[in-house]
Design a protein around this ligand. Sequence first.
Ligand SMILES: Nc1ncnc2c1ncn2[C@@H]1O[C@H](COP(=O)(O)OP(=O)(O)OP(=O)(O)O)[C@@H](O)[C@H]1O
Ligand SMILES: [Mg+2]
Length: 218
Amino acid sequence: MKNGSKFAIVGGSGAGKSTILNLLEQFYRPEQGRITLGGVDIRDFEIGSYRSLFSYLPQNAPGFDGTVRDFLCYGSGTPHSDEELKELLREVDMTESVEAMGGLDFEVGPGASKLSGGQRQRLAVARMLLTGAGTVLADEATSALDFEGSRRIASLIDKYAAGKTRIIVAHDLSTVQDADMILVLNKGRVDGMGTHVELKETCPAYRRLLTAGEEETA
Ligand SMILES: Nc1ncnc2c1ncn2[C@@H]1O[C@H](COP(=O)(O)OP(=O)(O)OP(=O)(O)O)[C@@H](O)[C@H]1O
Ligand SMILES: [Mg+2]
């Protein structure tokens, strides 16, 4: 896959989309085969520096103890001013929610249980905007948001990631039509790979996903 390209993974529930990102992040290892980066088996990299190559937005934004400020700044080596953090909150439409909580020093724990799923996803995106590394791995990063919120945050991620390599798992196919390459998974198998235009022509499984998506948004 080329540097700076947008690579999308689509497929039904349980198809294996998250598994691919988890393998890339080395949360577990392949039982067969190997994954290489620049010709080197990813297992041969030092894990900390390897993971620091990616900004990972997981499907279920992680539990967390600490304040909104801690959540945002986690993983960033440098201090950030309140102004900077508030600007970020504005970008992800969290200004009002965080004010209602009592501000940046509100304790979100235990396990971020005082935040909704959508609020966690928005803060996770804000954190990426603040500290993000080169390659973006986004696993349905806006799945807990409503339609409009999801489109907005997806375009924010796109804007941020322009020029960066992106591997994006998407449920809403309208967000991946401009991808350089789309991988269609079905029950753990690859059903097709190509651009939106190519897959529409050649891949019945992709067409089925498109039709299902249209019915959802109708
Ligand atoms: N750690 C694991 N060990 C064994 N099987 C797993 C593990 N994680 C997921 N699976 C199984 O692998 C399959 C693919 O799961 P995966 O989470 O990759 O699906 P997905 O395409 O991301 O689905 P969704 O759209 O629902 O998020 C599922 O059948 C799941 O039950
Ligand atoms: Mg998944």
